[in-house]
Ligand binder design. Sequence first.
Ligand code: SF4
Ligand code: FES
Length: 381
Amino acid sequence: MPQDSTALRLDGQGKPLWLALELTYRCPLKCSWCSNPLDFDDYAERELSTEEWCRVMREARALGALQIGFTGGEPLQRRDLEQLVAYAEQIGLYTNLITSGVGLTDERLLGLKQAGLRQIQLSMQSTDAALTDELVAAKAHQLKLDAARRIKALGMPMVLNMPVGRQNIGQVGAMIEYAAELGAEYLELANLQYYNWALINRDELMPTLAALREAEAVVQAWREKLGKRMAIYYVIPDYYEGRPKACMNGWGAIHLTIAPDGVAMPCQESRSVPGLDFVSVRERPLDWIWNESPLFRKYRGLDWLPEPCRSCDEREKDFGGCRCQAFLLTGDAANTDPACDRSPHHHLMQAAVHSATKPLRFRKPLVKRVAGVMSTAFMED
Ligand code: SF4
Ligand code: FES
């Protein structure tokens, strides 16, 4: 095992292979599981300019980035998206657009295709219009469906992403059929991860283990039926598995996320961990941030691992799990992820699984400013 954790390369050979640009947190939808920060509405005036995003892409490419995901919020809210995609293509990045489909008109889709966009990941919540619209708190189902048809009419590769929670897990079979009819190459049935908005709604969103197993059986039957026609991704969430996910394939290993205001992060949730020293691409070159910054070195590799991970034979499989989840559930990001049944905090996961249901809280601006006083709106609901 390497002695210097910061020298450990995992499988990215020290390169930020996967670059995620959170172009904006603005979005026409109000999903109750949104991964954006709770104070998302504070970022709109601090978004990077087109030139700044291009510089980020250039610097990331020089560091070895290969894949880029334009995400958000809703990246289509940026009028310069086509320009950014064209630049990414020009410098040799494989481009992905991660979108709700709302705003993906014929004109914009054609513009993106002409800019060289390689792949679109479109989110769909349900095959049922009323349920979709209820889940995203907007009239969005038909717009999403239109977007899916447009993407396939232009012959572009499409990943359908279905965020799966208690409200729509019964629709998994119907969604597989729907996705195959629409011509998706890949369907990702993404069991929700409980951070930010999803965490405050966890009691209401989390499906039962029985429902998850039932959906797994449905998925298996469809996999056999469809063969190679459409790949289907589905894994039981770590709340139920007894082992954590190898989150981000390790902190600072291959993933680099840039927030709308230019702050560089090892994962999109890391800003929920207090006490970390975040640096913006407006302040420092990306090379320094990735290779030298205390933030990216803090949990990189294996040497920082606490017990029981330090002496565990699975540490090179999951790197002790997710730092953000460890903080959110135990109050210390350096703890073993409580998803692991060897963690002394595993009871917190079990308690969450048994928790009572509560009403959903839809994404909306939380911070009210009244005569300079700030308060969180959801506390007042
Ligand atoms: Fe992974 Fe740590 Fe659990 Fe071992 S003890 S399985 S390394 S999280
Ligand atoms: Fe941040 Fe897992 S989400 S390390």
